[in-house]
Design a protein around this ligand. Structure first.
Ligand code: GLV
Ligand code: MN
Ligand code: MN
Length: 338
């Protein structure tokens, strides 16, 4: 199936184990160039906007957008983002209406979709993003497809711990001021703070240790913190418990009721249960929805227990074909009735 060949082509870019197309890398550029060729083959009008987002427009209802992103986390999976773009090309080509979008830099803070909104560009009238679930809910429910209710709120920022540099061999343990030891204690506190709040999560994913030498006591450590919660109150409580003043933040964002209904009906018409679920991951659909664009997300069941941001990320060909069909029919309906 063409969708899989294309996912393999994208996966091969950057080489090595896993998908490696970080934002602003030659690999992200190469993925966009490849996708631009597929858009041309599909007979769409191709444009790269001032922020590097790729858009392929059909002749009719090009204000209705479907798509996702092509960048990945380091050593990511085949499906996160790429599936939504490849599926969108299928849907627009099959339906003959709408536009495909591939946003830049989703994984590093929704760079492309935020820039689109920030520069006051004409936004789509509607946005539908197909995405792998990246969690276990659909697999546990035995359902291939789901419809997103809302995207959780998130906040990101940095905590800095200072200590005193010293000799690793000559400084007695009881007189040390080791910034990394302080950070280690803090990371455990962050974990416990998130555990204490229903539905909240918090992650320290990056550490910068100064001066980063085997035989020097660390003098300064920077921790990245990613904190998420289902509603603003819980996010505030979590941030207060962590002591983080975030540099970036968005509240929870609801998906559009009417579009959700269209997706649910399309799923149910195929004799399947339409599971509704929130998204713990952030998405470009959340950025557009927060900017007032009616937006919706169709989730495809993740296998392997829902693992994602990992090369073990997996969805089945059958589930993906079903999702492409639902997306195509939803696009047709939206283009003719909304
Ligand atoms: C995007 O993948 C996110 O971090 O939610
Ligand atoms: Mn994604
Ligand atoms: Mn991701």
């Amino acid at each position: 199936m063409r969708v899989f060949d294309r996912l393999e082509h994208l996966y091969a870019i950057g080489g090595g184990q896993g998908a490696n197309r970080p934002h602003a890398s030659p690999a992200e550029d190469e993925a966009h160039e490849l996708a631009a060729r597929w858009l041309e083959e599909a007979g769409l009008d191709v444009e790269v906007d001032p922020d590097g987002n790729l858009i392929g427009r059909a002749g009719e209802r090009s204000d209705v957008w479907v798509g996702s992103h092509l960048d990945t986390v380091p050593v990511g999976g085949r499906y996160d983002g790429a599936l939504g773009v490849v599926a969108a090309i299928e849907a627009v080509e099959r339906a003959g209406v709408g536009s495909v979008v591939a946003f830049r830099g989703e994984e590093v803070g929704w760079v492309g979709s935020r820039a689109l909104v920030a520069r006051g560009a004409t936004l789509p009238s509607t946005f539908v993003e197909l995405h792998i679930e990246q969690g276990p809910v659909l697999e546990q429910a035995g359902s291939p497809l789901g419809v997103v209710t809302f995207i959780v709120g998130w906040a990101r920022g940095e905590l800095v711990f200072d200590g005193r540099a010293g000799h690793a061999g000559t400084t007695p343990m009881d007189v040390r001021d080791d910034a990394l030891v302080k950070s280690a204690e803090e990371i455990l506190r962050i974990r416990d703070a998130a555990r204490a709040i229903e539905g909240a999560v918090a992650t320290v994913g990056e550490l910068t240790v100064e001066h980063g030498a085997e035989n020097v006591i660390p003098r300064r450590v920077r921790l990245s913190v990613d904190a998420r919660a289902p509603d603003s109150d819980r996010l505030d409580t979590l941030l207060a418990a962590i002591g983080l003043v975030p540099s970036r933040r968005t509240g929870p964002v609801a998906m559009d009721e009417e579009l959700r209904l269209v997706l649910r009906e399309e799923i149910e018409q195929r004799g399947l249960a339409a599971v509704e679920l929130p998204s713990g991951a952030g998405h470009d659909a959340g950025i557009l929805a927060a900017a007032g664009v009616p937006s919706a997300m169709l989730f495809v069941r993740s296998l392997n227990g829902g693992i994602s941001h990992s090369p073990d990320e997996l969805s089945s060909p059958e589930d993906i074909e079903l999702a492409v069909e639902v997306l195509t029919d939803a696009l047709r309906r939206v283009a003719t009735s909304l």
